[in-house]
Design a protein around this ligand. Structure first.
Ligand SMILES: [Zn+2]
Length: 322
């Protein structure tokens, strides 16, 4: 039997019976049912989020195993990078120096700016940071190894050409100078013989009688043969490998542009043409467009003792003949 419920009505000052309609009962049942289901669902979610399923446990294990494998890989890549850096250093500071090749600029060896999109793609993956950093290291290394192997190819060619190179590089004095008595002025800051001001002397002057033979100091091709402002009658020889020599103030030129010359060939005669204070040869050595001190290019001609004497004389001699 259902309980009869009353409630007090303050207006009529009497207890009135509460009517239980079917609709009201249905409402009550639905409320209970709904709260039961919600509570059950809540417990289920809490349970699932605290305790992993066996598959999830397996995945978690694999993930941490993969992460530690990536870390090992990363370490190995760093060790490889050290080996490659060592190779690059030896290449730039030894092999390329021996064969007179320019070192490879850092930007060329290490340019990895490309492929930003590719790394962005990787960033969407789980464990993305370690994947991106490892992938970057692999790509950097691949590029560096490629550049390095190209450099070794170049060095192999240079080594094969070494004999030709030794015949081309300027290596003797341009006039006969057995006792070094012809030395007039060396390379460096000197007093200008005409204007009496301090000026850089870009070559070496050899005092000699007009008509003295002038020799090509290395094999090469004549690229200038004629009058040059200040230098008078001038010859320039391109020796390849970045080398060029210049012979100035000549009284006579004995070669023409395009002619191939060998070391020791007579190419002209000493004179005093152009801006000059007396018969002498002005001799310059250029390497890749830079003027060099010629005293470092007589190694086939001078003994070490003679070389020392020449250095001393060229340092001390203030008089240049231009
Ligand atoms: Zn000079």
């Amino acid at each position: 039997m259902a309980k009869i419920k009353f409630h007090f009505n303050p207006e009529t000052l009497s207890y009135e019976q509460i009517e239980h309609t079917v609709l009201h009962k249905l409402k009550q049942v639905l409320i209970h049912l709904f709260s039961g289901i919600s509570l059950g669902a809540l417990f289920f979610i809490v349970f699932v989020s605290i305790f992993d399923s066996p598959e999830e446990k397996q995945l978690g294990l694999e993930k941490s195993r993969m992460q530690s494998q990536y870390k090992v890989l990363d370490k190995q890549l760093e060790e490889l990078q050290e080996v490659v850096s060592d190779l690059q250093e030896r290449d730039d500071n030894l092999y390329r120096v021996v064969f007179l090749a320019d070192p490879i600029p850092y930007e060329v060896r290490r340019s990895t700016a490309a492929n930003a999109e590719y790394y962005e793609q990787l960033l969407d993956m789980t464990n993305s940071e370690i994947v991106v950093s490892t992938t970057k290291k692999v790509n950097e290394l691949r590029k560096q190894i490629y550049i390095q192997s190209k450099s070794f190819d170049e060095i192999v060619i240079l080594a094969k050409n070494k004999e030709a190179m030794l015949e081309c590089i300027p290596a003797i004095q341009p006039v006969l100078n057995k006792d070094l008595k012809q030395m007039a002025s060396g390379y460096g800051w000197r007093i200008d013989p005409v204007y009496r001001t301090r000026r850089f002397h870009a070559g070496m002057d050899f005092a000699a009688a007009t008509g003295t033979d002038i020799y090509a100091t290395g094999n090469g091709t004549v690229v200038t043969s004629g009058w040059k402002q200040g230098y008078g009658n001038t010859i320039e020889i391109n020796h390849g490998f970045g080398y060029l020599t210049l012979y100035g103030h000549l009284s006579a030129i004995k070669c023409r542009v395009g002619q191939k010359v060998k070391r020791g060939d007579v190419i002209g005669l000493v004179g005093s043409t152009g801006k000059s204070t007396g018969p002498h040869l002005h001799y310059e050595v250029h390497l890749r467009g830079q003027v060099m001190n010629p005293q470092n290019y007589y190694f086939l001609d001078l003994t070490p003792a003679e070389y020392d004497r020449m250095v001393q004389m060229s340092e001390n001699t203030g008089m240049m003949m231009d």
